[in-house]
Design a protein around this ligand. Structure first.
Ligand code: NCD
Ligand code: ZN
Length: 350
């Protein structure tokens, strides 16, 4: 049995860092593990222009922990939030900054802070043309919002209604279907051309939908896309551990305060950055695939984005530790995944 794991340093290809005091708290967790992270733009108001992305990037750099060596090295990769009004010129301006490798499509109303998202994909065809021409990656929250579609089928319907035609229409556009949760998504990605990839979260590898209802409703297991049936979890786990280069790590760590989660209309989002790599190590180990973790976490993402792989290392040790019940944030609490539970792997001192 392995007791230590040394990997090329990973990147997080999908994370919510928020702003203000929350940013400061969660960024330290992300920067301690990952060299780079694709930072989601769903602030209120959203990050819709190069200028706003630049301002947000500055706030992130300011909030990095000054005391640790990792803080100085972390590189936030910024994204634009696409709206019906996004123009090709806005794409060009964002791409020209050099720090916006991707733009995010949220179907309007699909998830937390997505109200000003895209109402119909045709509305952003000119922006997508510009992204295709300039090599800007399209990130998809892949769920339809049609209220007639069952909440557990929204990803599958998105693939059929939106993504399949999109891949045909924009054959050179690099597309990432984010936080995949279903066997349908896994099959779609495997059959798709090389310009189409997917990210996978740790919580979708570790949990099936029973976790949302175990002994009463569990708001801290509520996220979007919803966690699914066991057969889907197994398919996604198989994809992550298969060594297929178009499945890679994206935590979708999405912090909300305890009061925002434990409410009559609780927010979607699971916080995982406190153990952003350790949780994946647990899932890969359960699947007997620890030897596949490095490529999934550290190689396939940069390869897809056309960025260099990181050259430094990260070390995990098998030293069980208890996840705190909560993390203080500005007088409130953030409840992390596995709060109060034990994780087998921990980050070695750096
Ligand atoms: C995310 C959030 O809280 O911003 N929530 C979530 O459940 N994943 C939004 C998102 O990525 O869907
Ligand atoms: Zn997200």
């Amino acid at each position: 049995m392995k007791n230590s794991l040394s990997l090329d340093r990973p990147d997080d290809w999908h994370v919510h860092l928020r702003d203000g005091p929350m940013l400061k708290t969660v960024l330290a967790h992300t920067a301690a593990r990952f060299a780079r992270a694709i930072v989601m733009p769903n602030l209120v108001p959203p990050v819709t222009s190069a200028e706003l992305a630049g301002d947000y990037r500055d706030r992130i750099l300011q909030a990095l922990p000054k005391s640790s060596a990792r803080g100085a090295q972390f590189e936030p990769l910024m994204t634009l939030f696409l709206t019906d009004e996004t123009t090709p010129d806005q794409i060009t301006a964002a791409s020209a900054t050099g720090f916006v490798p991707a733009c995010k499509l949220y179907p309007a109303g699909a998830t937390t802070h997505s109200d000003s998202g895209v109402t119909a994909i045709e509305n952003i065809h000119p922006a997508l043309e510009a992204m295709q021409d300039q090599g800007v990656v399209l990130l998809l929250h892949g769920e339809v919002t049609d209220p007639a579609v069952d909440a557990f089928d929204r990803e599958t319907e998105f693939i059929r209604r939106v993504l399949m035609p999109l891949v045909e229409q924009f054959p050179r556009l690099r597309i990432v279907l984010e936080h995949i949760t279903t066997r349908d998504a896994v099959e779609f990605i495997r059959a798709a051309p090389d310009n189409v990839a997917a990210t996978i979260t740790a919580h979708h590898l570790l949990l099936n939908r029973n976790a949302m209802f175990a002994g009463g409703f569990q708001p801290h297991h509520y996220c979007l896309p919803l966690i699914k049936r066991e057969k889907h979890r197994l398919a996604v786990l198989d994809a992550a551990t298969s060594g297929h280069p178009r499945f890679f790590l994206g935590t979708d760590s999405a912090p909300h305060t305890r009061t925002a989660k434990e409410s009559s209309c609780g927010c979607a989002g699971i916080y995982t950055a406190h153990a952003g790599l350790e949780l994946y190590a647990g899932a890969f180990e359960q699947a007997g695939a620890l030897d596949r973790l490095e490529a999934f976490a550290s190689h396939f993402g940069p390869d897809f984005y056309g960025l260099p792989r990181n050259t430094d290392k990260i070390t995990l040790e098998r030293k069980p530790w208890t996840v705190p019940e909560s993390i203080p944030v500005n007088g409130e609490e953030l409840v992390p995944l596995c709060a109060g539970g034990e994780l087998a792997w921990r980050l070695a001192d750096q």
